[in-house]
Design a protein around this ligand. Structure first.
Ligand SMILES: N[C@@H](CCC(=O)N[C@@H](CSC=O)C(=O)NCC(=O)O)C(=O)O
Length: 282
């Protein structure tokens, strides 16, 4: 349960900190980054925004490359950036592929024996780290966003836990993973090739079709139209169709001309996403 401070740096009237801890759900040591505004510990209602990164990322990519901290600090909220998979677990073949295994936990709880002890990023983010952040920083409200694989994770977590997250947004998310190569590779690998019922629990489009929660969910998605993965892997039109058919969901999908899949795209629109979440967190 204890977390250890690894590093801290002053930044925009607060601190960027990196922590490590022994994760019970992943059975390994994990690192995560946070930004905490000055005097966060004297706030009654500290709010927290989570960012889930994409394939090949660690807890470092977003905090160092997105240019998000100024707006987060001005909003007076905390930012949490978890890693994208367990680390140091030495599972056979874990590092063989850039889009499956290490750096590609796909935010699921694995059931295939080889992965099941460690690859439980869904529980790690929504339960274990969520509880740690609430206890250590006394946070009260949470919102979540992410990029690509992390956009998929954020959408799934929000649709499955509408009382836990006040709002959700994504940059170029994998919207319909049961139907695309990245999704089939990871859902098949972690949950079993034939376990389609389990796959559906991790597909934002399927979940959007079935969503019956008491609260309406507002979703913001930005998608570059020059994104190299758009047609093959991301499929925002599938999510759009599902949301349009469900009165409990309101999706603002913004197609951004000329932008591709990288962090320059994220930098450009990150303030819009932070402001969207601030409106729901206050
Ligand atoms: N093969 C390349 C491409 C990997 C890549 O584009 N990763 C994205 C996320 S893709 C979907 O989840 C990313 O965020 N990369 C990290 C970064 O800092 O840009 C590669 O090996 O990088």
């Amino acid at each position: 349960m204890a977390i250890q401070l690894v590093s801290k740096s002053r930044c925009f009237n607060g601190e960027v900190r990196r922590y490590s801890h022994l994760s019970s759900s992943l059975q390994c040591e994990m690192k995560f980054h946070v930004f905490v505004p000055d005097n966060y510990d004297s706030k009654e209602n500290l709010a927290c925004l989570w960012f889930l990164s994409g394939l090949t990322c660690t807890d470092e990519n977003f905090i160092t490359k997105a240019g998000a901290i100024k707006s987060v600090s001005q909003g007076g909220i905390m930012l949490v950036c978890p890693d994208t998979s367990p680390r140091g677990t030495n599972i056979e073949g874990e590092k063989d592929s850039w889009d499956h295994g290490q750096g590609a936990g796909f935010y699921v709880d694995a059931t295939v024996e080889k992965w099941a002890n460690n690859y439980n990023m869904y529980t790690y983010v929504t339960e274990e780290l969520y509880n740690i952040i609430n206890i250590e920083f006394k946070t009260k409200k949470h919102s979540i966003f992410g990029h690509s694989m992390g956009g998929h994770g954020a959408l799934v977590m929000a649709l499955r836990n509408p009382t836990k997250y006040q709002s959700v947004s994504a940059f170029a998310p994998i919207c319909n993973p049961t139907q695309v190569p990245w999704g089939k590779k990871n859902l098949g690998g972690y949950l079993g090739q034939d376990n389609l019922e389990a796959w559906n629990q991790y597909d934002a489009t399927v979940l959007a079709n079935k969503y019956t929660g008491v609260d309406k969910i507002n979703i913001l998605v930005d998608q570059g139209d020059a994104d190299e993965f758009l047609e093959r892997e991301l499929k925002p039109s599938a999510l759009k169709e599902a949301c349009e058919a469900n009165p409990l969901l309101s999706l603002t999908l913004r197609m951004q001309p000329g932008y591709n899949h990288n962090y320059y795209f994220i930098q450009t629109f990150v303030d819009d996403h932070i402001n969207f979440h601030l409106n729901h967190l206050k």
